[in-house]
Ligand binder design. Structure first.
Ligand SMILES: NC(=O)c1ccc[n+]([C@@H]2O[C@H](COP(=O)([O-])OP(=O)(O)OC[C@H]3O[C@@H](n4cnc5c(N)ncnc54)[C@H](O)[C@@H]3O)[C@@H](O)[C@H]2O)c1
Length: 270
């Protein structure tokens, strides 16, 4: 395929995930071109552009959407709503990493648009099996996430609870409750709980547990699902991104895999 026929991918958010996605396109792993970069921190977008062979332009969100076939959001929950509205209206496919920023009304906008909304599996595994089980009845689903304290540090919820993770010597449960509360309290740490709640159809009947654990150096996610037909247990030990300890390496690997799938004629997996 000549370069002019390749899908044009716009990247919103030029941090740990956005940089990996840009590099995967720049080196040809994803068969696409970067149509532009957008970040509220213009210097981050500029730095990423300069590191690419193709030196993609730094654009506003609206310019980026106009120049793209696919937009990938890897910024923050607050970036999601305007992108959803504009991409759905303009028929541009949208890949969302800050899944906790999605609202129920956003799905309806894509139902009435020629464009697709794609939610990658992110930092968990088992989403394929969970989607399949959602067709039957999911009796129960839970997620237990353990992170080293630096992966949870800076969370407003911990500050409000008066919890300091600095002197922690043993594991501490810092949250137990439904996914909608988990993402409100830990918006930068637990997007995977929203993905699992959506994939399973369980919504807030799912249980989320977050543990700050000073004895580990990986982000561990354990997913358990019980259904009449299948019981599923998935355990991930994720190396944190060297660029952002809150983000697991699998999250940016999943973003790259999602774009490969969207831009490919052969699609493996549910
Ligand atoms: N779905 C998952 O499994 C999963 C896993 C890890 C991280 N995430 C989420 O993905 C997002 C990106 O993660 P990351 O590790 O790359 O973060 P990061 O902090 O390394 O980078 C985020 C970048 O986005 C920019 N940004 C923030 N808000 C913005 C806005 N409103 N508009 C434009 N730019 C904005 C920041 O300046 C920064 O450069 C985060 O919301 C994170 O919580 C999701």
């Amino acid at each position: 395929m000549s370069e002019s026929n390749l899908p044009r991918v716009g990247i919103v958010g030029c941090g740990a995930i956005g940089s990996h996605v840009a590099r995967a396109i720049d080196c040809g792993e994803i068969k696409a071109v970067v149509s532009g970069l957008c970040d509220m921190d213009a210097a981050a977008a500029d730095k990423l552009s300069k590191s690419q062979k193709s030196n993609p332009p730094v654009l506003s969100a609206e310019q980026l959407i106009a120049a793209s076939d696919i937009v990938i959001e890897c910024a923050a929950g607050s970036a999601v709503a305007p992108l959803v509205e504009s991409c759905a209206a303009k028929g541009v496919a949208l890949v969302v990493m800050s899944v906790g920023g999605l609202k129920p009304e956003h799905f309806a906008l894509f139902e009435n648009s020629p464009a697709v909304l794609h939610i990658p599996s992110g930092a968990v595994a088992g989403v394929d099996g969970i989607l399949a089980c959602a067709g039957g009845q999911v009796t129960a689903i839970s997620l237990t996430t353990r992170k080293p304290p630096q992966g949870l540090k800076g969370s407003a919820a911990l500050y409000e609870m008066g919890v300091s993770l600095d002197e922690l010597t043993e594991p501490l449960v810092v949250f137990e409750g439904p996914p909608s509360e988990a993402i409100k309290k830990f918006p930068k740490n637990i997007n995977v709980s929203t993905t699992l709640a959506l994939a399973s159809g369980a919504g807030d009947s799912m249980t989320v547990r977050i543990v700050a654990d000073p004895t580990i150096d990986t982000n561990i996610h354990e997913v358990r699902l019980v259904s009449p037909y299948v019981n599923l247990f998935a355990r991930l030990e994720n190396r944190p991104s060297p660029d952002n300890p809150k983000t697991s390496a699998l999250a940016y690997m999943s973003a790259v895999a999602a774009l490969k799938k969207l831009t490919s004629k052969v699609r493996i997996g549910t």
